[in-house]
Design a binder for this molecule. Structure first.
Ligand SMILES: *[C@@H]1O[C@H](CO)[C@@H](O)[C@H](O)[C@H]1NC(C)=O
Ligand SMILES: *[C@@H]1O[C@H](CO)[C@@H](O)[C@H](O)[C@H]1NC(C)=O
Ligand SMILES: *[C@@H]1O[C@H](CO)[C@@H](O)[C@H](O)[C@H]1NC(C)=O
Ligand SMILES: *[C@@H]1O[C@H](CO)[C@@H](O)[C@H](O)[C@H]1NC(C)=O
Ligand SMILES: *[C@@H]1O[C@H](CO)[C@@H](O)[C@H](O)[C@H]1NC(C)=O
Ligand SMILES: *[C@@H]1O[C@H](CO)[C@@H](O)[C@H](O)[C@H]1NC(C)=O
Ligand SMILES: *[C@@H]1O[C@H](CO)[C@@H](O)[C@H](O)[C@H]1NC(C)=O
Ligand SMILES: *[C@@H]1O[C@H](CO)[C@@H](O)[C@H](O)[C@H]1NC(C)=O
Ligand SMILES: *[C@@H]1O[C@H](CO)[C@@H](O)[C@H](O)[C@H]1NC(C)=O
Ligand SMILES: *[C@@H]1O[C@H](CO)[C@@H](O)[C@H](O)[C@H]1NC(C)=O
Ligand SMILES: *[C@@H]1O[C@H](CO)[C@@H](O)[C@H](O)[C@H]1NC(C)=O
Ligand SMILES: *[C@@H]1O[C@H](CO)[C@@H](O)[C@H](O)[C@H]1NC(C)=O
Length: 823
């Protein structure tokens, strides 16, 4: 019965396909002077079906464009847009065809040419045609001689650099080709950021703002190492194989995707000012960010515009400073922040009658990076510096740190939570009325004051009586409820215990976390899930599953709130914050080795529980120091587990857009094979290296230790094989760590980050190794970390892996005979 129905369904679909094929006609890859393309149901398809060309409408846009896109993936992603600066309004009446001059032209509804390939001197006695190739390249040539290319799309890129394409400098004209970003997420018109090869003739790429200000350089190409010198990570895991060509006509690079790799990968100049390499992941139906430069989004020049402030850990990246508001809300929502922010209230000197307005004041911004266009002023005190700023109407801020500095006009490139030592306190000039506590003096009449005082006093008394009763009721209710297992909080109760979400503990990709205090003085952490769209029923189901998971090394979910569109999760509060603050920016006591080891072990136990002991195996998917919280005694607790299921596609969107290069993400996220718990093992290994070294794996600022490769795990794997683990320990610990524990931790970390997930240990095995129950061999250098050209060795994870039992003896089987220390 079921199969019968399946069959008829299938034939129904088949006949539908046939019908639609007939009505469109056989698809072709060529436009000739006889044929043209018009309307949304006509498109060109390359010979083997890799790419398609047709009318394209970006998401959230009403405009239409002629574009080439990947024909093999479900999300329409353009690689070339012909008329990016001349959009069409109606595809049905527009036409792409060969014009009377032999060029490929695009005509709009009134037959006006809006775009052309613009080749001059085409011999009209020979017909021309345009052919879409399987490499995504559209080629205009004579019909009689297709190898004589008149024009090709790959030489005129928009924001995407396709494999096989050139991006270089024409030495005759001295003009460099540019990849130019989209204006915003919905408008492919030329944006403000571009990537180009050095017009002065060296082999380095620049990213420029407004075609003038350079803010990133790749460094020159090194032919021996086959990398750009300032992008050392290219050797290791990079899927692209670049080739440099320099002759007397031109300099250029071209690239191919490394042999054996099946990837659909794109290289783009993004509208947020970063170059990005993304890989299509069939499993999640998404583009996953694999690599980007500059590494930090906030290093992009002028990303947030004047008076905007950048925070690379939160979406959206840009927000307005105190007292300012978005110049264009719609641009901000399209991720174009370049317009920046404008004052909510005019300054005193700008108002029509300055004498009637109180004097401007200064709002204090701590931990700020200083914009670099300051002017210094010879004065001797903060007060003088402040009054110097007040004297000039265009002075917008000052700082007094090793002298007085004044800034005029829009403040650019500010960053939130800037922790580098060259930051400091910035005084931002605002109109006095922006300060809520501002005292308005002269205008007030005594009578009014006296009258109001009486009224106010009375209201306060009434108010307090009401509030007290309300609070007592609330306290009673909350206390009653908190005795149950999982509390369904009311939104206004949570608003109350968090003092209207005033004390922010942190902001993550999924939403911000606030501190709250229950009536019995239990501290809680309330996570508000932002931009979250899931039905209440499903949410409750997932939450109650998460609520049943309890382990000493997992953060306990106390309750949740699900009202209207609000979704909140309530967790126990962790006084020592997260591992990253303790490890990387703590100004308190240093974490000693034994604490670090306990944290590593506890985290492993928590993860092992999630993977192996729960009814449904839970893959965390986002293991990083930010998600390891610490209680008063530094007992680690894994946070945010279960969110991957709760948030579904939203989760992987956030996961993948927030990821920089070489973070904690296992290679299988990119290659598209199914994600297993071993993806967490990989992330854990990356994190363990950070626990050992005390700094971020890809921070270059290290102490010279990581300078060898720029990437600590590479350095560590090499040292481990050389048998020199002492150099891997955080220098701040002065070598105070038992050598066998250090070695065990290093080995296990290196095993965890093996490319092949079957070679990685399970989390349960990691626990046993760290506990010293299981002996472990020296791991091989993970393939992706290996410098190209070294011959691959095959080494098994455990010497006794085949037997599946744990034992302390080293086997001498063939598989492990390459192990260095096996005796
Ligand atoms: C174009 O049209 C002309 C005359 O109508 C015909 O001879 C020629 O074969 C056509 N070319 C193509 C490629 O269809
Ligand atoms: C389209 O607009 C909606 C609502 O403004 C927004 O949530 C969504 O992210 C936008 N999509 C893209 C691709 O910009
Ligand atoms: C076609 O383009 C011309 C010139 O840009 C413009 O004046 C005309 O309104 C456009 N026609 C349509 C139907 O869009
Ligand atoms: C083609 O040339 C015309 C005139 O030189 C110019 O206005 C137009 O922008 C060019 N179009 C393209 C796509 O380069
Ligand atoms: C155009 O091509 C024809 C045939 O190949 C040739 O006879 C003619 O001289 C060419 N014209 C020009 C201007 O090159
Ligand atoms: C034009 O066509 C003729 C005959 O097909 C051919 O001999 C000649 O080479 C072509 N000219 C060009 C410029 O392709
Ligand atoms: C450089 O530009 C000139 C003029 O546009 C062109 O004739 C030449 O073919 C270009 N050179 C290369 C190598 O593309
Ligand atoms: C190219 O060289 C000139 C002169 O040496 C220099 O002023 C300019 O900044 C250089 N341009 C770039 C992009 O490096
Ligand atoms: C970009 O540069 C052009 C001139 O080179 C200038 O007119 C324009 O105002 C600049 N854009 C911005 C946003 O500053
Ligand atoms: C990279 O490209 C060069 C030249 O195109 C080729 O010789 C080499 O084998 C390629 N390397 C890899 C790893 O694909
Ligand atoms: C590449 O893709 C094809 C089909 O999509 C598949 O059969 C093949 O196994 C893949 N190769 C690799 C190395 O993943
Ligand atoms: C600052 O102090 C120096 C020396 O104490 C003095 O010479 C100078 O006049 C002072 N400058 C101002 C602006 O007060």
């Amino acid at each position: 019965m079921a199969s019968l129905r399946g069959n008829s369904l299938l034939s129904c679909i088949l006949s539908l396909c046939l019908l639609s094929l007939l009505s469109i006609g056989t698809s072709t890859d060529t436009i000739t002077s006889n044929s043209s393309l018009s309307g949304t149901n006509q498109k060109l398809t390359s010979a083997r079906g890799q790419f398609a060309l047709g009318f394209y409408q970006p998401t959230n846009s009403s405009n239409w464009y002629i574009a080439i896109w990947y024909n093999t993936i479900s999300v329409q992603t353009p690689v070339f847009i012909a008329n990016r600066n001349a959009p069409l309004t109606d595809p049905a009446t527009s036409q792409l065809t060969i014009g009377s001059d032999g060029n490929l032209v695009l005509l709009n509804g009134s037959k006006t040419e809006v775009w052309s390939t613009n080749v001059t001197g085409i011999n009209l006695s020979n017909k021309t045609q345009a052919v879409l190739g399987d490499n995504g390249n559209l080629v205009l040539s004579y019909v009689s001689n297709t190898s004589d290319v008149l024009w090709q799309s790959i030489d005129n890129p928009t924001d995407t650099w396709l494999p096989g394409g050139k991006l270089g400098l024409n030495k005759t004209t001295n003009i460099s080709q540019r990849l130019i970003s989209w204006k915003n997420s919905a408008d492919p018109a030329e944006g403000i950021y571009s990537l180009l090869l050095d017009p002065n003739g060296t082999s380095q790429y620049f990213i420029q703002w407004n075609k003038t200000v350079g803010y990133w350089s790749s460094g020159p190409w090194s032919e021996t190492q086959r990398i750009f010198t300032l992008v050392p990570e290219m050797t290791e895991n990079f899927v692209y194989n670049f080739t440099y060509v320099s002759n007397n006509q031109e300099n250029y690079f071209t690239y191919s995707i490394k042999a054996g790799s099946n990837l659909t990968s794109r290289f783009i100049m993004d509208h947020n000012g970063q170059i990005k390499q993304q890989t299509w992941v069939e499993a999640t139906q998404q583009w996953i960010l694999f690599w980007s430069q500059p590494r930090q989004t906030c290093d992009v020049y002028d990303l947030c515009g004047p008076y905007g402030s950048c925070n690379g850990n939160e979406l959206p990246y840009c927000s307005c400073l105190q007292g300012f508001t978005e110049k264009s809300k719609s641009d901000f929502s399209l991720e174009d922040y370049s317009g920046g922010c404008v004052r909510k209230t005019k300054l005193q000197c700008e108002s029509s009658d300055p004498t009637k307005v109180p004097q401007d004041k200064f709002y204090v911004l701590y931990n700020m990076n200083f914009p670099n266009n300051s002017e210094s002023m010879q004065v001797n005190s903060t007060e003088e510096c402040e009054s110097a700023c007040l004297k000039n109407c265009s002075c917008s801020a000052y700082s007094y740190k090793s002298g007085c500095n004044l800034w005029y006009g829009g403040l650019l490139n500010l960053q939130d939570g800037y922790t580098s030592s060259d930051g400091g306190t910035l005084y931002l000039r605002l109109a006095a009325s922006e300060f809520s506590a501002s005292k308005s003096n002269k205008g007030l009449i005594i009578g009014i004051i006296v009258g109001s005082i009486v009224v106010i006093l009375f209201s306060i008394i009434v108010f307090m009586v009401v509030m007290k009763r309300k609070r007592d009721q609330r306290a009673a209710r909350l206390l009653k409820e908190s005795r149950g297992t999982l509390i369904a909080f009311r939104y206004d109760d949570l608003q109350f215990v968090t003092k209207n979400f005033s004390e922010k503990l942190g902001g993550g990709a999924f939403g911000s976390v606030y501190k709250g205090l229950l009536p019995d003085s239990t501290a809680i952490a309330v996570k508000r899930l932002d931009g979250f769209h899931q039905g209440e029923k499903q949410f409750r189901a997932e939450v109650s599953t998460i609520g049943t998971i309890q382990h000493v090394n997992l953060v306990r979910l106390i309750g949740f709130c699900s009202e209207a569109s609000c979704r909140l999760l309530v967790y126990e509060y962790m006084p020592k914050s997260s591992l990253d603050t303790q490890l990387f920016n703590s100004r308190d006591a240093l974490l000693n080795w034994s604490t670090r080891y306990q944290i590593a072990l506890g985290t492993a136990r928590g993860l092992a529980y999630l993977h192996e002991k729960c009814r449904d195996c839970i893959i965390h998917c986002d293991i990083k120091p930010e998600n390891i919280l610490l209680d008063d005694n530094f007992v680690p607790k894994v946070a945010d587990f279960g969110l991957s299921k709760l948030l579904g596609r939203d989760f992987s969107r956030v996961l993948t857009t927030m990821r920089g290069t070489r973070g904690y993400l296992a290679p299988e996220w990119i290659t598209g094979v199914p994600i297993t718990p071993k993806a967490d093992v990989f992330s854990y290994g990356m994190m363990l290296f950070e626990i050992i070294s005390g700094h971020r794996n890809n921070s270059d600022q290290g102490d010279g230790k990581s300078s060898g490769s720029g990437f600590f795990p590479t350095f560590a794997a090499r040292k481990l094989i050389e048998g020199d683990v002492q150099t891997l320990l955080d220098q701040k610990l002065n070598g105070e760590a038992p050598i066998e524990e250090l070695e065990r931790a290093c080995k296990v970390a290196c095993w965890c980050i093996q490319d092949d997930e079957t070679t990685r240990p399970t989390m349960g095995q990691v626990v046993q190794i760290l506990e010293g129950i299981l002996e472990v061999n020296t791991p091989p250098m993970p393939m992706s970390l290996r410098v190209m050209g070294e011959s691959p060795d095959y080494i098994n994870f455990f010497s006794d892996m085949s037997s599946g039992t744990s034992s302390k003896t080293h086997s001498t089987s063939a598989a492990s005979s390459l192990v260095k220390n096996s005796s």
